[in-house]
Design a protein around this ligand. Structure first.
Ligand code: AOF
Ligand code: ZN
Length: 346
């Protein structure tokens, strides 16, 4: 079950080596314009003779790193790559050619390259007499680069909307104050997830009302090693002393209220995962345009009664039109509940 092959799951040697390639891929940086890719070179005797993974844009691709560690032993070997080898000369040379030149006679890959600029390596290898098998553990490989794949296929970064709300769906009190609805533990979880994204996005409204830092910080308040770009969208000026303008991380003030324009600018910078912490108006605009891919909601055992909703008008007036999501995870964090859910592809 689960396997497309006649052999029982786990007994397909190609799957076994691909799992190793995926483990190597996961060592790569999550926040980088490039995908995380791993490669294992295996001799005809079934021995690993080379391993490599991609360490980020501008560095050698996984295949080249693995070939380098294999040296002459790559001759007659099989290469397992978690992404179809590239056929293009980008920041580095084409991997399909490098595999062939090193004497690799069989290539097994997982995900087919969704990047039209780089795709075509499998065909090129076949044309040059290399046996190719694709699609092995492709779902796992795609999941590992879910946000990068989304950008490559849609042109927009994957948008995760983070919200913190009371049991009655309020994200701020009637006077606009909102510190704090959720517990310390939930807020720490937010910092961890922020650091896994390329950008944190708010509108000028939130930047002016809350004066947030939008950095990713450890429980002791120190900055994490990887900081997302802080993006503030909207035409209003920010005061010189705004926390978001400190030197803890880069900040881009994009003077537009058009979600597509903002996401296009971030896509051009190689950002494939955006953490949206915007207020009700911005979030409603992103939802209306179908630009929210996932929601991470922290729900606290708190009531505010009168207060401000987490999202503005969505044009929904009857229950049949409700926006229903598919939950992928529900976790208790301190005394709050974190619900992760995806918006259905329409
Ligand atoms: C990677 N790492 O290990 C593999 C990639 O701009 P470049 O030259 O680094 O090319 C990036 C593209 O190459 C990438 O989008 C993907 O389509 C392909 N394969 N990329 O960064 C790798 N194998
Ligand atoms: Zn490559």
């Amino acid at each position: 079950h689960g396997s497309r092959d006649s052999t029982p799951e786990g007994h397909d040697p190609d799957e076994r080596w691909m799992r190793r390639a995926l483990d190597l891929a996961a060592r790569g940086p999550q926040v980088d314009p490039n995908p995380r890719v791993g490669c294992v070179v295996v001799s005809p005797q079934g021995e690993v003779v080379g391993e490599g993974w991609h360490r980020g844009a501008g560095t050698p691709h996984a295949e080249v790193a693995a070939l380098e560690s294999a040296g002459d032993a790559a001759r007659g070997a099989t290469a397992y790559v978690s992404l179809e080898p590239c056929a293009h000369t980008g920041r580095t040379g084409p991997c399909a050619q490098a595999l062939h030149a090193a004497g690799v006679t069989r290539v097994v890959h997982a995900q087919t390259d969704p990047n039209p600029v780089a795709a075509g390596g499998a065909d090129w290898l076949r044309e040059h007499g290399v046996e190719v098998r694709g699609g092995v553990l492709a779902e796992e490989a795609t999941a590992l680069n879910r946000t990068w794949t989304h950008l490559a296929t849609t042109g927009f970064p994957w948008v995760t909307w983070k919200l913190a709300t009371t049991l009655d769906g309020r994200s701020a009190a009637a006077d606009g104050t909102s510190r704090w609805i959720t517990s310390e533990a939930a807020r720490q979880d937010v910092h961890r997830l922020r650091s896994e994204c390329g950008a944190v996005l708010v509108g000028t409204g939130t930047a002016l009302t809350d004066d947030p830092y939008l950095t990713a910080r450890r429980p002791d308040g120190s900055l994490m090693d990887v900081q997302p770009v802080r993006v503030v969208m909207g035409e209003r000026d920010l005061p010189a002393g705004a926390h978001v303008l400190d030197d803890a991380a880069p900040t881009w003030h994009l003077r537009t209220r058009d979600p597509k324009q903002v996401l296009t600018a971030l896509a051009e910078a190689g950002i494939h995962h955006v953490w949206l912490e915007g207020g009700p108006t911005i979030v409603a605009a992103f939802l209306a345009e179908g630009l929210v891919d996932e929601v991470v909601a922290y729900i606290a055992p708190v009531f505010l009664g009168r207060g401000r909703p987490s999202v503005g008008d969505l044009g929904i007036t009857t229950i049949a039109d409700a926006l229903r999501l598919e939950p992928t995870d529900i976790t208790l964090i301190g005394h709050d509940v974190r619900v992760t859910a995806c918006l259905k592809e329409s």
